[in-house]
Structures are given as C-alpha cells and as structure tokens.
Design a binder for this molecule. Sequence first.
Ligand SMILES: Cc1ncc(COP(=O)(O)O)c(C=O)c1O
Length: 497
Amino acid sequence: MKNTHDTKLIFELSKPGCRGAVLPACDVPSPDGGCDASDWLPADALADAPPALPEVTEPQVVRHFVNLSQQNMSVDTHFYPLGSCTMKYNPKRNERAAAMPGFNEVHPYQPEETIQGMLEMLYELQEILNEISGLDACCLQPAAGAHGELTALLVAAAYFKDRDFKDRGEHRTKVLVPDNAHGTNPASAAMAGFDTVTVKTNPDGGVCMEDFRAKLDSDIAVFMITNPNTVGIFESNMQELADEVHAHGGLIYLDGANMNAILGITRPGDWGRAGTGGADMQHYNPHKTFSGPHGGGGPGAGPICVVEKLAPYLPAPMVVKKETGYSLDYDRPKAMGRVRAFFGNTGVLLRAYCYLRTHGPEGLKEVSENAVLNANYLLAKVKHFLPVPQGGRCMHEFVASASKLKSERGISAMDIAKRLLDYGYHAPTVYFPMTVKEAIMVEPTETESKETLDAFAETLFRITEEEAELLHDAPHTTTISRPNEVQAARNPCLSCR
Ligand SMILES: Cc1ncc(COP(=O)(O)O)c(C=O)c1O
C-alpha cells in the first residue's frame, strides 16, 4: 500500500536532539594533544556555529526519501511516452558495469598507465560514434546534448576564424535554424556568438525550401538541422540542403538527438551528394539513443563528431592510441578552448559503450527499426481520435494535436496529459514543438510491447471521451495535482527558510 501520510519537508520533521547515530568522542590526539576539531584546524577554518541540519532519526530519513521517490513516475515503474526527451529503458547490466570499481573508483589525476582500461573504453567509444555518424573525429567531453551543440558551434567559430579570408578570418555571423527545432538550438547559437535566422517549415513538417534559399547567403556559418526532426519526420530534401549550404561555404550541424531512429540505416556524414559530404558535425544524446539514464539536468553526456577539417579545433583532451598504449592528448594548439574539466562524464559514456557493444551493428539497426515500428503502430491507432497533422508516417515519434478537442469541448493537451497520470502513465511531452497547436508528442521507444501500446492507445481514447470537468481537475490520484508550472523556474527558492 502506498504511504501518503508524510509530505512534510525534512526540516519540518526535525526535532532538537534527534539523531541517526551518535559517534563516540574522538580519541585520536592531534599533534597539539587535543581531540576536538578546533585542536586540528586553524581558527579561521572553523564555522561560527554547527550547520542547521534537520535533526531526525535514521528511519525518518530513509522513509522520507523513499516515500518522496515513490511519488514520482519512472521508466522502471510506468510506461513513459515522453516525446523528444526519450525515456527509454536503462538495461540493468549497464548499471552493473558502470558500478565496477575499476571504472567507478578511478580518479582523473591517476597516472595514465593505471587507467588503461578506462582510456581504451573511451577510445573505442570515440571510434564507434565516428563510424555510426560517418564522421572522422569525436570529442566525448560535452556534458549534455545542448552542451554538445555549444561545443560544436564554438568549433565552427574557431574554424572560420582560422581560415585565411581577406587577412581577417572568415567572418560569418549567422546560424540558420528551422522553426520546429529544439529550443536549445537557437540558444546554443546565441551563446556561441552567432545570430539566429529562423527558417520556416512546411505543413508536412519539412524545411520550406523557398524560405531556406531566401535566407542562405555567405554570412551563414552553420545550418543546424534536426533529422529526423521534432515532429518525427525524416527531411526529404536533406541532400539539396547539404549541397546548397556547402556551396555557400557553410557547415551543416546535425542535432543528432534523434539518432535512435536511424542507427545503422543511414549516416549523417553521407547525406550530401556523393563526394561532397553531408553533416559536418553532430552531437549524440546518449540518454535518448544509447539508454543512458536521463540526467534530468544532472550529469549527462553529449559527445560530438566532426569531419576531418574541423578535428584540429576540437577541445583537449582527446583520447588517442599510441604504440605504448592509450593516452590523453592535451597538445592541441588550434583547439577552441576547454568545455569542461578532465575527459567527460565517464559513467554515462560507459553505459553508452555497454549498450553499443551489447547490440553490435545489426542489433543497433534493429533498435531503430523497432523504435520506428512502435511509433507508427501507435500513430495508426491514435490518429483516428486525436488528429496528427504530419501523420502519414513517422519515424521514432509523432505529434498529435488536441486543437479540435479544445475548440469543440474545451479539453486541452494539458488536461489529457494530466489525466494520463491517473491511469498510471507518464504524460507525453505537451506544447512542443510550437508549430503544432495543442501538441501532444508521443515517443513509445523500441522496448515497449504491443500490449503496452494497445493499452495506452485505449486509455488515450477513453480520456478523449470523458467529461471535460473531470479532466480540468486531473490528476485526481497523485499527491499534488497541478503545481504552478513556471514558478520554481521564475522564483527559485532553494531553502525552506
Ligand atoms: C531534438 C533535441 N535537441 C537537443 C536536445 C538537448 O539535449 P539535452 O537535454 O541533453 O541538453 C534535446 C533533448 O532531449 C532534443 O530532443
């Protein structure tokens, strides 16, 4: 039975004098003979007062946090069809490998000869990611997809600066981004110092070629494209887009967040006309594609791969293979700078490596085929009662619209998403992309069974038949119903006092 009685903050549970453990007095004398911290530490290193920590018993601490964790949905407890953010199952064997002391307990300052296993794993991962993307050099350092975007754009900026063009570097100021791109794309472009130029998409979800051509000029440094894109459509004009950007001297950046739909089927580096190349750089989202745990803003990974001409600008260090073994190469005079300390979030990268090696080339292709099959199966069931504007066929996800329900019965995408929680489903992504009104973005992933997809489609249908009033107040079964969606972001309050 679910324990719902305790929703207090841990500070509210605090009672003076309560302890989980009482340690015996320290009996190790300091060089001066005393046993207190004040005997060991200089006066200016001592706090004025003990920290104001909650005073609770050990069972109170354990129950508090376990109860809190059980009020959340997770991919291990519920179907989680969160489009774009992709919550795919995290195989437990990867967790076990990541917890092995040989990986988990190494320190980045250890001498290289003592971390050869870790370096070999990272080197092989670089090679595998290069192979999947059809690109030449890989950097494992970025800590998230968005960080990969930023790193790659800084690499592009360093590349243009370095080019000898009228003695002043090739001064390109703009980045082209389609209007249905993830918000991180224009944000990364701005952070890297570029101006974003938005390109319209067509009703079918693909890039509008007229608008693209009108905006493409020799000021464009990079065209950022997500393919398959955020409405789950593979860009049908990819070759023309790549060729035309290259003809203007620009670079193609692939937002590779959706690589889970095309693994082993097509390689971004091959997307241009034969001999001219396709994507020049891309990031991967290991949490979406290679089943790393979703960081939820925490430590993730967003490795990038680039074509050969951009390789010198990748940040140090790179993991290299020498005759004497594996090594970290910091000697990179043209590198765009550093994006983080050390060599990446190795725990997340290791999970990706395990996933890649477990599946192998054929298995990865099957992963993508099943992700696309599952999404199309669900699309075919759902589009009869929830219109899908770009709903002919999809890749790994699709975007339905509650627009008609909203205008006819006042039922919004949010109402449907919230009501799904009552039925034991995590909500799909809603209101993204903004090019679809009342968007409900569904991504089932490859691991879900037909039975799970059937049950989810039936539940969605049932919800669309329910009374609007019931939906407006949903969810009815969770501890908290409808928290203010933006208050915590706008007015962060990180302390209970
Ligand atoms: C299409 C797309 N691009 C970029 C990102 C950003 O990735 P991250 O959340 O790892 O920063 C996401 C996130 O899921 C995404 O779906």
